[in-house]
Design a protein around this ligand. Structure first.
Ligand code: EPU
Length: 421
């Protein structure tokens, strides 16, 4: 297994181009299953999660090719069965359910199970499919969804934590090929949903309201091939912005689409980080002093849960008490005990982390537990004195394209090594 070896204390300086969004690319790749013609998707990030999604599409019978920076998916003939061995490895693979149900009117998919950040149920996805007329059966760890035909319906997809991103994506995709009009109330408003709607529209789907809590889909008989360019990754942008602030550096993030991360930028501003927008670029620099702030994660356009761990690392450096409340995933605080190994003073109290910030951090070996927790450990390691070894970075490689190379370009002393070297 590989690790990152980080010699901290070097301010990051320079510019980098933001990669395509992982969480936009995954459902868009799945959406290519809805047509039998080739779809070309540009700016798909090279990550283990996107490679894995490509494998799932191939296992269903699609041809997938990565060429000249574009991914071509041709789903001429596909099957509707996704095995446990495939689905369990990536929870996001559940977003193949909607396209399979839409196109084949049946899908048999292994239930993805929970993961380290929380229970991650799919009851809302299934509620949406059932509203379209699908019969749902759960047996032997698999969910079977089938229908003679899908019929448009009005449904409420809000759950205990608000809207669901992949649930909205799944129902939207299935509804593109249903008879009649589907209205999703309490739909997720994330930019990744807007991007998916844009791709589906290019394929011939009729969708309005994406990006608002009410999305309307008018079913069509067939979808065709299309081309699309994936939006930049707003979570990667926020991660590098926080790394720049944590190391007291200055970084320009090119092609960042700041409008997709207003809540995070606003919070950074409150923390004393100077954020300037120049066209589509963002310039991030730490101000004179970091300030403690309170942060609560919420569905879009609120502060993203996917940036919570990285923000916790930054607030560990801000003198004073910050309270970080996680409202989306109940156990997304795995980074806290590892940050403590670097000297951070953080306590968990119910859904909140109480950060007594401002203590100097010093390097130590730490263990990555999930994607964003790993990013938080890298940020803390970059800011800490001495050497930090972040183990199990395969979590990072799921969602950050060449993070070590990008950081090195900004001056960081970071190396990828074998865990026991
Ligand atoms: N929920 C339900 N029932 C459902 C679905 C979700 O109760 O049927 C709950 C969840 O337990 C959670 C909340 O609703 O409390 C929101 O979950 P959501 O369904 O929105 O999450 P997701 O669609 O499975 C995507 C991203 C996550 C990101 C969340 C929230 C992808 C591939 N994944 O997951 O990304 O944290 O939205 O924004 O798009 C990451 O990139 O590190 C990551 C975990």
């Amino acid at each position: 297994m590989e690790s990152f070896l980080i010699k901290g204390g070097v301010p990051l300086h320079g510019e980098l181009t933001v990669s395509g969004s992982k969480n936009a690319a995954l459902p868009i790749m799945a959406a290519a299953l809805l047509a039998d013609e080739p779809c070309v998707i540009r700016r798909v990030p090279h990550l283990s999660d996107t490679r894995f999604m490509a494998q799932i599409l191939e296992s269903l019978g699609a041809e997938v090719k990565f060429q000249n920076g574009a991914l071509t998916v041709r789903a001429k003939k596909i099957s509707g069965y996704a095995d446990y061995e495939l689905v369990r490895k990536m929870r996001g693979s559940i977003c193949i359910a909607g396209p399979l149900l839409g196109r084949l009117k049946q899908a048999r998919i292994s239930l993805p199970g929970g993961c380290v950040i929380g229970a991650r149920p799919i009851n809302l996805h299934l509620k949406g499919f059932a509203s379209l007329g699908a019969k749902i059966k759960i047996e032997g760890g698999y969910v079977d969804a089938s229908a003679k035909k899908l019929t448009g319906a009005t449904m409420f997809l809000g759950g205990r934590a608000g809207s669901t991103v992949l649930g909205t994506a799944n129902v939207m995709m299935a509804a593109t090929l249903a008879d009649g009009v589907t209205v999703i109330e309490s739909a997720a408003c994330e930019p990744e949903i807007v991007d998916l709607a844009k791709f589906l529209t290019a394929m011939g789907a009729k969708i309005s309201g994406a990006g608002s809590p009410t999305v309307t889909i008018t079913g069509v008989g067939k979808l065709h091939g299309a081309e699309h360019e994936v939006i930049p990754d707003r979570i990667e942008t926020a991660t590098f912005a926080i790394a720049a602030a944590a190391t007291n550096g200055e970084v320009t993030l090119k092609g960042a689409r700041p409008e997709h991360l207003r809540a995070a930028l606003d919070k950074l501003n409150e923390t004393g980080v100077l954020v300037r927008q120049r066209g589509a670029d963002l310039i991030v620099r730490r101000g004179k002093k970091l300030r403690a702030v309170d942060v609560t994660t919420l569905p879009y356009s609120g502060f993203p849960t996917d940036v919570q761990a990285q923000m916790t690392a930054l607030l560990a450096l801000a003198p004073g008490i910050s309270i970080i409340t996680e409202r989306i995933f109940e156990s997304r605080f795995m980074h806290v005990s590892e940050l403590a190994r670097l000297g951070a003073d953080i306590e968990i109290e119910g859904p909140s982390a109480i950060v007594k910030g401002g203590r100097p951090l010093s390097g130590a070996p730490v263990m990555a537990s999930d994607l964003r927790a790993s990013a938080a450990l890298v940020i803390a390691g970059l800011a800490a004195k001495g050497t930090t070894q972040v183990n199990r970075i395969y979590h990072l490689d799921r969602g950050y394209e060449k993070m070590d190379l990008k950081l090195r370009k900004l001056g960081a002393r970071i190396q990828r090594v074998e865990e026991n070297s």
